[in-house]
Ligand binder design. Structure first.
Ligand SMILES: CCCCC/C=C\C/C=C\CCCCCCCC(=O)SCCNC(=O)CCNC(=O)[C@H](O)C(C)(C)COP(=O)(O)OP(=O)(O)OC[C@H]1O[C@@H](n2cnc3c(N)ncnc32)[C@H](O)[C@@H]1OP(=O)(O)O
Ligand SMILES: NC(=O)C1=CN([C@@H]2O[C@H](COP(=O)(O)OP(=O)(O)OC[C@H]3O[C@@H](n4cnc5c(N)ncnc54)[C@H](OP(=O)(O)O)[C@@H]3O)[C@@H](O)[C@H]2O)C=CC1
Length: 517
């Protein structure tokens, strides 16, 4: 490996990571273990979940394919991982006294990734996790005797009520402490009722609470070295540890899958709007570089890094649609509902028309078929869930934002040539068609666990679906025509005229072929 200031910096350091079991957290843990192999220990704040203890969850995570390269380099990589039990919504983050003592004694750098990223999260819970837990983690960080940097992962959409977003922390929509105090005594139904008024021109509680969290981080800037990373729409990995790694349905991934399965046929999005996707490995490389820079340079103010692609290497939703469809036609998903053929439109009425014709009508027909064959209807339920998800995402695919990326450029200029390679976050080199193809194949392999060797069978299934569609369309056409004929004398005359013309042609060809023999 080329000499690396960043890897050198992390050598011998103890790192605390929240959200390590999540999409980005896992990539962060993997990258640290692979590219900063002399890091002393990674302390992961993890809660028990779904009947699994935190140790079992971390052990299962390490088995994941994502860690194959690290496993190859160092089969003993587990020894660096120290799981710490923590429920971030509990007082004191639910960390035991002995663990608090251990963490305050040894942690050098904190990466705060944990959050609820659901768009429909009730405000109280989003506030608890995204704001109050951040505040508590900052308090814990202040007690750490050897802390060098605190890196907070925010979102580029925290200020999505603005069109142009600079790398600054904007004044919060409300003073976080005031909101926390007021919501404390309100019951859930009151909070639900006033939520739209509170979030104002933001689309959901997620972006609103992430904006408040940034303000909470800024309030601590004099006491600890903090930096904020603001990724846009985080997608599958571009290069590391291998192209196309993705493990969830969030953001566009669920949309790609639904389109690949032939379920999603229409969606409201602006073809010409910038699709600000950012590969997960780029975000993590920037995060690690920002950790190094914050700790070593100790900038006076909290630096914010907008981590986006639109201003540097723009790509649009219309182009995404084209490449997603083309990839899934060449590499079909298994057991597709219909042939992949999704179109995006910014026109509300056209979208509603296609929802009726291409979503609801086929779902009704299929559910009828299921009922008649003694099975439980399910398609309408799936479409209702899909429509809910799309409804929540449309805000982001129907408009453009402009993010300033001066701090990101400054940081890139500070890296050594070796670090620029090992911790690459230069998206000018990103080849979009290739990236989208790997992304779609990644959803097939790692989200749906489909085997690439089954592609011929999936293609055969698509051919069967095409034949069903041709047969259905022909039957429908004949049926409509027959109904029409039964009601109109003129249609009957046209029909008899066409049929007799066909007969005349047929007998003419038969006669001419008999003559030529
Ligand atoms: C082919 C044409 C493509 C053109 C592309 C055009 C547009 C792209 C579309 C969108 C891009 C915009 C993305 C904006 C991101 C903004 C940036 C951020 O800050 S990222 C953080 C983003 N957060 C999210 O993405 C979370 C959004 N999800 C939710 O809020 C919720 O999951 C929900 C959508 C409200 C659904 O909640 P519900 O309670 O009903 O379900 P669950 O979450 O419990 O999930 C149940 C089940 O469904 C799976 N699932 C979840 N989401 C989807 C989905 N979008 N599509 C399909 N399936 C989905 C989930 O994994 C669960 O599965 P299982 O039961 O097996 O565990
Ligand atoms: N994904 C994206 O497109 C984007 C994400 N971001 C930001 O990046 C960060 C990481 O996002 P991402 O990895 O996608 O999110 P995930 O939903 O994949 O991961 C969230 C993580 O937070 C943990 N967590 C949630 N609730 C609790 C709790 N009560 N106690 C302890 N841990 C908890 C989860 O743990 P558990 O496994 O136990 O649930 C999980 O590890 C977030 O801050 C998000 O706002 C920003 C822009 C875009």
């Amino acid at each position: 490996m080329a000499s690396s200031h960043i890897a050198e910096y992390y050598a011998g350091k103890s790192v605390l990571i929240t959200g390590a079991t999540g999409f980005m957290g896992k990539v962060l843990v993997e990258k640290m273990l692979r590219s900063c192999p002399r890091v002393s220990a990674l302390y992961l704040l993890v809660r028990p979940k779904a009947g699994q203890s935190m140790q079992e969850r971390v052990a299962a995570m390490m088995e994941c394919k994502l860690f194959d390269r690290v496993r190859e380099d160092n089969p003993d990589f587990h020894s660096k991982i120290v799981p710490v039990s923590s429920e971030l919504t509990q007082p004191g983050l639910g960390i035991g006294a002995a663990d608090v003592e251990r963490l305050t004694a040894c942690i050098n750098i904190v990466f705060h990734c944990a959050a609820t990223i659901r768009f429909d999260e009730p405000l109280k819970h989003a506030l608890q996790l995204n704001v109050i837990a951040t505040q508590q983690l900052l308090s814990l960080a202040q007690q750490m005797h050897h802390l060098e940097a605190f890196i907070h992962i925010s979102t580029a959409y925290a200020n999505c009520n603005r069109r142009h977003i600079d790398e600054i922390i904007y004044p919060p929509p409300v003073e976080p402490k005031k909101l926390i105090d007021s919501l404390e005594w309100m019951d859930d139904s009151i909070v639900r009722d006033i939520t739209p008024r509170l979030i104002g021109d933001r689309p959901n509680t997620y972006t609103y609470t992430k904006a408040l969290a940034e303000c909470v981080v800024q309030q601590e800037r004099g006491k600890i070295n903090v930096a904020i990373i603001r990724p846009s729409i985080v997608g599958a990995s571009w290069q590391e540890p291998f192209p196309g790694w993705i493990d969830n349905f969030n953001g566009p991934s669920g949309i790609f899958i639904a389109a690949g399965k032939g379920i999603l046929r229409t969606m409201r999005a602006n073809n010409d709007a910038v699709a600000d996707l950012i590969p997960v490995d780029v975000v993590i490389n920037l995060t690690l570089a920002a950790g190094w820079y914050t700790a070593v340079q100790k900038p006076k103010s909290a630096l914010v890094y907008n981590c986006t692609t639109g201003g540097i290497n723009p790509f649009h939703w219309g182009e995404i649609e084209h490449h997603v469809m083309s990839t899934f036609k060449r590499n079909p998903l298994e057991q597709a509902f219909r042939r992949p053929n999704a179109n995006i439109t910014s026109n509300y009425l056209i979208n509603q028309y296609w929802i009726l014709v291409s979503h609801k009508f086929p779902a009704l027909l299929y559910d009828l078929f299921l009922r008649l064959s003694g099975q439980k209807p399910q398609m309408m339920r799936i479409f209702n869930r899909l429509h809910k998800a799309i409804g929540l995402l449309e805000y982001f695919s129907s408009q453009d934002w402009e993010w300033n990326s001066e701090n990101l450029n400054m940081l890139m200029s500070q890296l050594s040539p070796g670090d620029r390679k090992t911790f690459n976050f230069d998206v000018r080199q990103l080849n979009w068609p290739e990236y989208i193809e790997n992304y779609c194949i990644g959803t097939k392999k790692y989200v749906l666990n489909e085997d690439m060797s089954e592609i011929p069978a999936a293609r055969q299934h698509l051919r069967k679906l095409r034949n069903i569609r041709y047969t259905f369309n022909t039957v429908l056409l004949v049926f409509i025509w027959r109904v029409f004929i039964a009601r109109s004398q003129m249609a009957r005359n046209i029909w008899y005229f066409v049929v007799s013309l066909c007969f005349k042609f047929l007998s003419y060809f038969r006669a001419s072929s008999t003559l030529s023999k």
